[in-house]
Design a protein around this ligand. Structure first.
Ligand code: ATP
Length: 372
């Protein structure tokens, strides 16, 4: 029987049901290096076919967690389960996992095909099957025709694709990837993100991916595990994480966020949140009483600016544009409303404001969230 982690929210399961079988489970994992607690009571369930990303700032423990799942580190406390079986003490080569590292670590004296074939040769797979599997793996990463090149004769992006093929050719149940794109330049990285997602969808292998780049995590993952100081702060789909961050840390780490203080008020027979004269309806005010204060999280694109008009009532607040910066397809405006300095993002075609322009500011309540 699979043992479910004791903790975890519904959001942590995303689209997975509680009945789904897990591939990997971390159960109450703590890892100490001397006085440093790298991981503190981690509980995590990974489901078949997921693209799960461990995300967090430098030093939060993501690589340590990946290495514990791989078997390169032993936890101080807790267990790792694969299909419900305790593998905590099993060495890496006995686990049905493969790892792709930040630096591709190809064998410099072996050509591309022989690099990919390496694991199969160790397993003494017969030559016919070996050739077939190497050809398939190279086709998967779009490297047909590169078979006889040596590692120094391919680009960084191609070398990382060889590393990927070398891991996938072994048909692991789970592929662990430790910042595999971080050594590549931005353009190649974006292209590889797209390819990695397509490859993962094509092979259906469970991917556990480590990155500190929130855009990368958002673009590729089915679920994101957000870590901070060795603790999981939130597990959610990218959409949930963006729309309903569970903490100020999550709100700020994933994209830009305006954190505002609102007040719960009675409005039209129900409860709403008032902020600087604007009444925001339809926010989840469950458990809040009229008169209490709440922390509001509003994304920069959920704020609209317009020329001030009289008689707007409680639909907007009044502000002054402090400065605007043009980023090609969008503008970032800094707008002062009372004591608050807001970040507002508008598409490039929108009105242009010079500093000092008075504007009315309205928050799209449907895209604002009350922080727990
Ligand atoms: P980064 O993004 O910088 O790679 P990370 O989130 O992957 O960071 P880890 O490498 O898991 O973080 O490290 C977590 C903590 O454990 C850090 O404080 C780190 O210094 C410490 N640590 C990791 N490995 C060791 C080790 N072998 N010996 C001592 N401390 C370690």
């Amino acid at each position: 029987m699979n043992q479910r982690p004791a903790s975890g929210t519904e959001a942590a399961l995303g689209s997975y049901s509680r009945q789904d079988e897990t591939v990997v489970e971390a159960v109450n994992i703590t890892k100490r290096f001397g006085k440093v607690t790298a991981l503190n009571q981690i509980n995590l369930a990974v489901y078949p076919g997921e693209f799960l990303t461990l995300l967090g700032p430098s030093g939060c423990g993501k690589t340590t967690l990946l290495r514990i799942i791989a078997g390169f580190e032993t936890p101080t406390e807790g267990r790792v389960l694969l299909h419900g079986r305790d593998v905590t003490m099993l060495p890496p080569e006995k686990r049905p996992l493969n790892m792709v590292f930040q630096r591709y670590a190809l064998f410099p004296h072996l050509n591309v095909a022989e690099n990919v074939a390496f694991g199969l040769r160790l397993q003494r797979v017969n030559e016919l099957e070996l050739r077939e599997r190497v050809t398939q793996a190279l086709a998967l990463v779009r490297l047909e025709g590169f078979e006889t090149r040596l590692p120094h004769q391919v680009s960084g992006g191609q070398a990382q694709r060889v590393a990927l093929a070398r891991a996938l050719v072994n048909r692991p149940e789970v592929l662990l990837l430790d910042e595999p794109l971080s050594a590549l330049d931005r353009k190649v990285r974006l292209q590889m993100q797209d390819e990695l997602r397509q490859i993962q969808a094509a092979v259906g292998t469970t991917f556990i991916y480590v990155t500190h780049d929130q855009d990368e995590a958002m673009a590729m993952s089915t679920r994101v595990v957000l870590l901070r100081d060795g603790i999981i702060t939130q597990i959610a789909t990218p959409q949930e994480l963006y729309r309903a961050p569970a903490s100020e840390f999550a709100a700020n780490f994933i994209g830009d966020a305006n954190l505002l203080e609102g007040r719960v008020v009675e409005f039209e027979g129900g409860l709403a949140v008032e902020w600087c004269g604007q009444v925001l309806k339809n926010l989840a005010t469950t458990g809040k009483a009229a008169g209490s204060t709440v922390r509001l999280m509003v994304r920069p694109e959920a704020i609209r600016l317009a020329e001030p008009r009289p008689e707007q009532g409680a639909t907007c607040a009044q502000g002054v544009v402090e400065r605007s910066s043009f980023y090609g397809f969008y503008w970032i405006h800094r707008v002062r409303v009372g004591e608050h300095s807001l970040v507002v993002r508008e598409l490039g075609g929108a009105a242009v404001y010079s500093p000092g322009t008075r504007v009315q500011v309205s928050i799209d309540a449907g895209r604002a969230a009350i922080l727990p």
